[in-house]
Design a protein around this ligand. Structure first.
Ligand code: ARG
Length: 707
């Protein structure tokens, strides 16, 4: 059949290769020191800039495949080398393509219409009662014909077929229903054969669909991106879930995916943290639980800083009033200078400056904090089935790139000086909605946006990607729109067009039962605990589980993720612990239950799964069975459609619809007590449903449970 399965080794090697390739080359390069960029204080030729370019040890560690978290399972995909006269048509990967091809050819010949036009206009339906495929006759754009009449005529002209029932003309819609028996045979055989690769299609990601030697398209998915020593908030959680899903989706349609975490790991807050650590730090605690310990230190030192803020502000006020009355303020000013000098804020600024200047001790401490945090994060991400290929971050952006960008912006007249700072006034560039943005502060230092500008250019050069996705909350819509616009204004129109912001709404009321949440681990632990309680309510089932704590943990994670992926991304939602952990309704636990039940049916039947392909599938005649098969045949199309919507809910909605058909059929399609042949056929059906459910859950990033 010309189908090629990527071998395990091939699949693995892409992952390993990616992590060996350094995100940035080692940057203590002498080239920096002779760099041509120089303006104002923003001078990348200062030695301090070279010192900033640090590749942390954790990134180097990631080169070893053995350090990949065990919980992270790889996804598999298959490709096809078959050629069809229709675009994107792969009957060996997608059973529905066989039907599209068949309908297009038959109808084209019978009604003297362009077959390719029919092929591309055939649409999937929202529910099985509307057919398996539908043709909206007006979409054929045939002039001078009443579409309703034409629809009727086409239905009549459609010839007898082995695969399709006589089509139904409903208004302007021509509905096609697949004949049950051949469909059942094709679909079930294909699922049992393709297993985890059913629904995937490596051809989609090829640069040239007709020539695999041209390689696969490259995508960077940047997601999660928390800030070290600050809480991992709901925005980060959503970015992690949605980003992980998108990375999986692009993987199974054959793209070369790089998962990137862009950490908030640089800035004055690091100075504050380092000074705080000198006072309140505890190495043992740091090593044991770096994320929480650093956060606690940060909170303490931050509180001190806030306390100091009051008197400083007061003094400033006093000076202002006195000045207005032309009174002498020299004493007060001295006092203020003293207070400021001794303040944590100023100390933090000085410390951060020492980092920028390349102070070895300061950088060593920073690197330790960063490395330990990343190590901890990696473990937590593994619980969500995510392993990043690259831990980038704000610290990693070369001053050189930012300086170069600034130079370009200045020379092309895009940016301008304003009160000592450098800004871009978007109103001047026909993008009124974007307002104004500061690019360089008065004191010459770069900002969040400046680093993103540097980053986008660096990534383009390092990866030559075809597409880059930023998975960031909609609160940062303006930030990303400004970033893309500036990229365009700098003369990188093509680069800007390859970038996309995938945004999402807010989660309301995310808190653990003990109080507000701070970290991903806290959320996951809490949901796991709650799940454990819910499970205990059914003692009979609970006793059957060998490792309840572990299962509760997995179900808890599923709960959070499914709740997050249920609606459209842009809609926010209320974090509802009770609703998400319930086994009733379209929840994570329900999905897991459906999977476990299918596993148990197959397990209890004590039949070798490898024997199922020889089942007599003609025995699957019941409407429930046929409808389930029709639903399963849609899976490859659902994956394809998801690459257009980029919404996890597209997959989730399908999985719930499929599991509903499944559960309504259990009473009719009994396994226990059936004739051996019937039993085998039904098991083949159930195993196929399990496989599709499994494949869907895996793209969503869930770990299907067996019991
Ligand atoms: N660390 C940022 C935050 O917590 C998110 C980073 C998003 N990515 C980017 N390239 N700006 O808000």
């Amino acid at each position: 059949m010309g189908r090629r399965l990527l071998s395990g080794a091939q699949r693995f090697s892409t992952t390993v290769l990616r992590s060996i390739l350094p995100y940035r080359s080692l940057n203590n390069s002498p080239a920096l020191k002779s760099c041509p960029y120089s303006f104002g204080q923003f001078n990348p030729c200062r030695p301090s800039f070279a010192a900033r370019n640090i590749t942390t040890s954790i990134e180097t560690n990631m080169a070893s495949a053995t350090s990949l978290p065990a919980a992270v399972e790889s996804l598999s995909l298959h490709t096809s080398s078959e050629a069809s006269k229709f675009p994107n048509c792969y009957p060996s990967l997608n059973p529905v393509d066989t039907y599209r091809q068949h309908i297009a050819e038959k109808l084209g010949a019978a009604a003297d219409l362009d077959a390719e036009k029919i092929y591309t206009r055939l649409q999937w339906t929202n529910s099985l009662d509307k057919g398996d495929l539908v043709l909206a006759v007006p979409s054929l754009q045939i002039k001078g014909r009443n579409p309703q009449e034409l629809c009727k005529e086409l239905a009549e002209k459609f010839p007898e077929s082995d695969l399709i029932l006589p089509p139904v003309a409903l208004g302007v819609h021509l509905q096609f229903f697949f004949k049950p028996e051949p469909l059942t045979k094709t679909v079930i055989a294909q699922i049992l054969k393709d297993k985890a690769t059913y629904g995937s299609n490596g051809n989609q990601g090829l640069r040239d669909a007709n020539d695999p030697s041209k390689g696969r398209k490259k995508i960077i998915v940047e997601f999660s991106s928390p800030n070290i020593a600050k809480p991992f908030h709901a925005g980060h959680l959503r970015s992690t879930i949605i980003g992980g899903f998108l990375a999986n989706l692009y993987t199974v349609v054959g793209w070369d995916v790089t998962k990137m975490n862009y950490l908030g790991d640089w800035g004055k807050q690091y100075g504050l943290l380092a000074n705080g650590y000198k006072n309140f730090g505890d190495e043992e605690k740091l090593l044991k639980d770096p994320i929480n310990h650093l956060f606690n230190v940060y909170v303490k030192i931050n509180a001190i800083m806030s306390e100091q803020d009051g008197p400083i502000k007061e003094l400033k006020e006093q000076i202002k009033t006195k000045k207005e009355k032309s009174e002498d303020v020299s004493e007060l000013e001295k006092e203020l200078a003293k207070l400021v000098d001794a303040s944590e804020d100023e100390k933090a600024r000085r410390y951060f400056k020492s980092m920028e200047d390349g102070d070895a001790d300061a950088l060593a401490l920073w690197r330790q904090f960063r490395d330990l945090s990343i190590q901890k994060y990696r473990e937590t991400y593994a619980r969500l089935n995510i392993d990043f290929d690259v831990y980038s971050g704000e610290s990693q952006i070369k001053q050189e790139s930012m300086a170069k960008a600034n130079d370009t912006l200045e020379k092309s007249g895009v940016s301008e000086k304003s009160e000592g700072a450098v800004i871009v006034d978007f109103i001047r560039h026909k993008a009124k909605k974007l307002g104004k943005a500061i690019i360089v502060r008065k004191d010459g230092t770069p900002l969040y946006l400046t680093r993103d500008i540097g980053a986008i250019l660096e990534r383009d050069e390092a990866y030559h990607f075809d597409k880059m996705i930023y998975v960031v909350a909609s609160q940062q819509d303006l930030h990303l729109a400004q970033l893309f616009k500036i990229t365009e204004l700098m003369g990188y129109k093509d680069l800007a067009s390859r970038c996309q912001h995938i945004n999402f709404g807010m989660v309301r009321g995310m808190s653990t039962r003990k109080g507000t949440v701070k970290f991903l681990d806290d959320i996951l632990r809490d949901v796991g605990d709650k799940m454990h309680e819910v499970m205990k309510k059914n003692p009979e089932k609970y006793e059957q589980i060998a490792n309840p704590v572990e299962t509760a943990d997995t179900l808890g994670i599923t709960s959070v993720m499914v709740q997050d992926m249920s609606g459209k991304r842009i809609n926010g939602y209320d974090f509802n612990l009770d609703a998400m952990t319930s086994f009733e309704g379209d929840t994570g636990p329900y999905l897991q239950y459906a999977h476990a039940r299918l596993c148990s049916i197959v397990r209890k039947a004590e039949l070798n799964v490898e024997e199922l392909p020889s089942a007599n599938l003609a025995l699957l005649t019941e409407t429930h069975a046929v409808d389930l098969v029709r639903q399963l045949s849609q899976w490859p199309d659902v994956v394809l459609n998801t690459t257009k919507t980029l919404e996890p809910t597209t997959i989730l909605t399908y999985l719930f619809r499929m599991t509903h058909i499944l559960s309504s059929g259990y009473d009719t399609l009994k396994v226990v007590g059936s004739e051996p042949e019937v039993k085998k056929a039904r098991l083949a059906l159930y195993e196929s449903a399990r496989q599709v459910l499994h494949n869907g859950m895996r793209i969503l990033g869930l770990s299907p449970v067996k019991r």
